[in-house]
Write a protein that binds this ligand. Structure first.
Ligand code: C2G
Length: 133
């Protein structure tokens, strides 16, 4: 069984997220999604406070057909532990993370795949567009 792991906030779940999850799942047999906690999203990723709280974002991810398990992401440093604990073969991220320096070291522990970022889709764009109405 090939186990895939990906990380994200997944707030205001949209096609860009689902498209990533669909392609990530297709790389293996089991997809684990680590959803950023509210505190991690704001404090460490300097994002706006997610619209949906952590548990709601987890519940929504669990309803996605491509997702097999949802865990929390509360630190940058937890990834190696996650890979070992869940016997992960491949970490998958959108290509906007390539060159961020946040993932390359994981190649010592598992495969690392960047999938093309889906253009024109972002949580911030949704927020802006709704405000413009
Ligand atoms: N994504 C994508 N295309 C989009 C939007 C998002 O491919 N139009 C991908 C991102 O590259 C990421 C995943 O979907 O791999 C989740 O996106 P976000 O919720 O924005 O996650 P992010 O804030 O990038 O958090 O430790 C890593 C971070 O938790 C990633």
């Amino acid at each position: 069984m090939r186990r895939i792991l990906t990380y994200g906030t997944f707030d205001l779940l949209h096609w860009g997220h689902i498209h990533l999850l669909k392609r990530a799942r297709a790389l293996g047999d089991y997809l684990i999604v680590a959803a950023s906690t509210d505190d991690f999203a704001v404090r460490a990723k300097h994002q706006k406070a997610p619209y949906h709280q952590f548990q709601t974002r987890c519940d929504m991810l669990e309803a996605v057909r491509y997702v097999d398990l949802v865990i929390g992401e509360s630190t940058w440093e937890q990834k190696v532990d996650d890979i070992r604990r869940y016997h992960v073969d491949t970490v998958v991220m959108g290509s906007n993370w390539k060159g961020s320096g946040r993932f390359e070291y994981l190649r010592d522990y598992c495969d690392l795949v960047y999938l093309p970022h889906t253009p024109g889709m972002s949580t911030n764009k949704i927020r802006r567009d709704l405000l413009a109405d």
